[in-house]
Design a protein around this ligand. Structure first.
Ligand SMILES: Cc1cc2nc3c(=O)[nH]c(=O)nc-3n(C[C@H](O)[C@H](O)[C@H](O)COP(=O)(O)OP(=O)(O)OC[C@H]3O[C@@H](n4cnc5c(N)ncnc54)[C@H](O)[C@@H]3O)c2cc1C
Length: 432
């Protein structure tokens, strides 16, 4: 019998579930495979529909997780094995070496200043650069450096300059055994590979970006300091085109709707207009899905106040002018029944948001079923969307089905309540 809960995934869903459980007096192990918690929300600039600064509302929750006496963070860690049943799961976790002692590192950054290796920064979607010894982002929790083994030259300059003597090249992977009463899976999503839609030139044309790359560009702490620029020539783009449903809602690729793209594209378009009111912004869509409270009003404002132009239809292809780097977006105007094109300075693709590749491994480790798309399968998607086929194991956030931040938070609180119930029931059974 165990009174702890294992939460797998430290995005907004996993963070919320952990905080709810901890405030009820439960012990929580929050595991994330990344070196910091925060998930995708940490990468966003602002959030629809309130336009709050994403990291400003997320960071206090991340810090609360790291300081709460009932929460133990296990970052840069993976679940390797799960045995047992509700009330008594035995879990094996592999903690990967950071080559930096977490106890000693003060997060001062002297090591990174001396590091000679520069590689693309994955947190900035590879637009910016980072050093081989790095923190994932400025507000990372824990704020502890790590060495990227693959790119490190082993010059040991970081070791020499570290006043806290935290660099440790002898660190080894560590196995941690836990006994928990319940498990919550909150492993989130990843992005469809836009290079698969070669007609749009992603990966060939520098100024065809994905929406997540664009979020990093908009962010003040991102690779361009929040300045909107063309990567090809550094010019400020004047005409910007968004294309929805890249890989989604298609019989050839993925049939489902990712649920957040109409809204976040509108958000990103409004942000462009706030930075550069003179710019022209177009959003191509299949149909507009503004299903949440205040969502339709948000789109109406974008259209009426900000003069963002919504065009029904899917462009057929994009062609870059090799000299000017301008992007010709070819499309069919379904209202006028005509073939047209827009000359854009920058194009933002909104790719399908897809289940994490790692879901399959987690599903095998825990015997938890996935649905036909690869999301974790709810026991009953109508009346029991949080339970899985295994009693004591619950799901929340995007890993269960496409959803935005408020819905992820609400479902996380539900999962925390179900996990707490499992523990209370097991404890009562133990007392009898
Ligand atoms: C471009 C873009 C803009 C968006 N803008 C908005 C917006 O403005 N407003 C809004 O409401 N929503 C927005 N969204 C949606 C929002 O990002 C999601 O709703 C939210 O991130 C879901 O949170 P989550 O915790 O379920 O998943 P995630 O944020 O994906 O977090 C999952 C976490 O689990 C970890 N993890 C994954 N697998 C494992 C594993 N096997 N072991 C351990 N850890 C693991 C990951 O490292 C990650 O930290 C946007 C999405 C995109 C793509």
């Amino acid at each position: 019998m165990a009174d702890s809960v294992l939460v797998i995934g430290g995005g907004i869903a996993g963070i919320q579930a952990s905080l709810d459980l901890a405030s009820r007096g439960m012990n929580v192990y929050l595991v994330d495979e990344n070196p910091s918690i925060g998930g995708r929300m940490a990468q966003l600039d602002k959030t629809f529909p309130t336009m709050d600064c994403s990291i400003c509302i997320l960071a206090p929750k991340m810090i609360e997780c790291s300081r709460h006496p009932n929460i133990k963070l296990l970052t840069y860690s993976e679940v390797q094995e799960v045995k047992g049943s509700a009330g008594n799961f035995e879990v094996k976790i592999l903690k990967k070496p950071r080559y930096v002692d977490e106890e000693k590192c003060t997060g001062c950054g002297t090591c990174a200043q001396s590091c000679p290796v520069e590689v693309p920064n994955e947190f900035d979607m590879n637009i910016g650069i980072r050093k081989a010894i790095h923190i994932p982002f400025l507000q990372a929790v824990p704020l502890k450096y790590l060495i990227d083994e693959e790119n490190c030259l082993k010059c040991r300059l970081c070791e020499r300059v570290c006043g806290a003597k935290a660099v440790n090249f002898d660190q080894k992977p560590e196995t941690i055994n836990l006994n928990v009463g319940s498990i919550i899976i909150a492993s989130g999503f990843e992005l469809f590979d836009s290079t698969k839609k070669s007609e749009y030139g992603y990966g060939r044309y520098r100024d065809v970006l994905t929406s997540m790359e664009f979020e990093r560009m908009l962010s003040a702490s991102g690779p361009t300091g929040g300045n909107l620029v063309r990567l090809a020539d550094g010019k400020v783009p004047n005409t910007i085109v968004f294309i929805q449903c890249i890989g989604s809602r298609s019989s050839k690729d993925l049939p489902y709707c990712s649920s957040v793209c109409c809204m976040y594209a509108t958000k990103e378009a409004i942000l462009i207009k706030e930075h550069h009111p003179e710019s022209e912004v177009y959003i191509f869509y299949i149909d507009l899905r503004a299903f949440g409270k205040g969502f339709q009003e948000f789109i109406n404002r974008a259209r009426d106040e900000y003069k963002i132009k919504y065009i029904e239809g899917h462009p057929s292809r994009i062609v870059e002018d090799p000299k000017t780097k301008n992007l010709q977006v070819h499309y069919e105007d379904v209202v006028e029944g005509d073939i047209k094109n827009i000359v854009a300075d920058l194009v933002v693709l909104c790719p399908a948001l897809i289940p994490r590749k790692g879901n399959e491994k987690l599903s095998k480790i825990m015997n938890v079923q996935l649905d036909e798309l690869g999301f974790f399968k709810a026991k009953d998607s109508l009346l029991n969307p949080i339970d899985t086929n295994i009693p004591g194991i619950f799901i929340c956030g995007y890993c269960q089905s496409p959803k935005d931040i408020p819905d992820s938070v609400a479902q996380a609180s539900g999962a925390a309540a179900r996990a707490a119930e499992t523990i209370i029931q097991a404890t009562q059974r133990g007392k009898r």
